[in-house]
Design a protein around this ligand. Structure first.
Ligand SMILES: [Zn+2]
Length: 249
C-alpha cells in the first residue's frame, strides 16, 4: 500500500545516482522536509520537464510507501523559477545558510506551513531586492525562532509597563521580555538593544523578508542585533553556528 499526494515544494538539493535516477530534498508545506527518489528523473522530460534543480518551486506528485519508509516522485511541474537568484552567488550563499538552519531545527509537521511560507517569501525577497541587509541571515533565524513559539514581547517594559517603542531596552533572552534600563535590575540574561536595534527587531517580528532590506542600520545597531540573534537562537532552539554548520549549543 502507498499514499499519494500532490502538493508544492521548494527544492533544497538534487543528487544523481545510477545513470538516470535522482534524489530530491525539498520542503513542503504538507510534509515538511522530505527526501524523495525520482526514478528516471534526470532523463524524463515528460514527467519532470527540467524542474529538478535546487531553488525551484515545484508542484510534485508524491507517493509514500510506509512499509519501505520512502518517498517517490512520480511527476513534477515547475511553478516558479528564480533566475536572478540563480545568477547571484552571494545571495545563493545566504539561501544555503537559511536551508542549513531549517534542516538543523527539525521542523515538526504542524509548523511546516509557516516555515514554507517564510522560505518562499525569503526566496522572492532575495530574487527581487536591489540591496540585501548584511543581517539578513540573522533576521531569518530570529524570525523562525519567533514563529516556532518563542516570539518575545517587545512592546512594553515587563516591570513598569511603559511603552518601550523607539527606546533603548534590555532584552531578557530566557524570558523574551524587554526592560527599560531603570527596571533592568529584575532581568536575567540580558542583551542591550539601542533604539535602532530594538526597532529593527520589532520590524522583523511584525513583517516578512520583503521588508527586511529597507532600513540601513548603523554598525553599533548591527552588532547589537547580531548578538541578540546568536543568543536568542542558541537559548531557545539550542543551535549555534560553528565552522560552517549549525551545531547543538
Ligand atoms: Zn520599566
Amino acid at each position: 500500500m502507498h499514499r499519494e499526494l500532490t502538493g508544492e515544494g521548494l527544492v533544497f538539493k538534487v543528487g544523481r545516482f545510477r545513470e538516470s535516477d535522482c534524489w530530491v530534498r525539498f520542503f513542503s508545506p504538507a510534509l515538511g522536509l522530505v527526501t524523495a527518489f525520482a526514478f528516471g528523473g534526470s532523463k524524463s522530460r515528460r514527467r519532470f520537464c527540467g524542474c529538478l534543480d535546487a531553488l525551484n518551486r515545484v508542484l510534485f506528485k508524491v507517493r509514500f510507501f510506509p512499509g519501505k519508509g520512502y518517498y517517490c516522485l512520480d511527476e513534477g511541474a515547475l511553478l516558479q523559477g528564480f533566475p536572478s537568484l540563480r545568477r547571484d552567488l552571494g545571495r545563493q550563499g545566504l539561501i544555503a545558510n537559511c536551508i542549513r538552519f531549517v534542516q538543523a531545527v527539525h521542523v515538526d509537521i504542524q509548523a511546516a506551513p509557516a516555515v514554507h511560507a517564510l522560505l518562499l517569501e525569503t526566496w522572492e525577497a532575495l530574487e527581487r531586492a536591489e540591496a540585501v541587509s548584511p543581517l539578513f541571515a540573522q533576521f531569518f533565524r530570529v524570525k523562525m525562532c519567533f514563529d516556532q513559539g518563542f516570539a518575545p514581547c517587545l512592546g512594553t517594559c515587563a516591570v513598569c509597563g511603559r511603552d518601550a517603542s523607539g527606546r533603548e531596552v534590555l532584552l531578557s533572552l530566557d524570558q523574551g521580555r524587554v526592560y527599560c534600563p531603570r527596571c533592568a535590575l529584575f532581568a536575567s540574561r540580558t542583551v542591550r538593544l539601542g533604539a535602532e536595534a530594538h526597532a529593527a527587531l520589532r520590524r522583523v517580528a511584525e513583517s516578512g523578508p520583503r521588508q527586511w532590506n529597507e532600513a540601513e542600520l548603523s554598525r553599533p545597531a548591527c552588532a547589537e542585533v547580531y548578538r541578540m540573534a546568536e543568543g536568542y537562537v542558541c537559548y531557545h532552539l539550542g543551535l549555534r553556528w560553528s565552522h560552517g554548520r549549525f551545531v547543538s549549543a
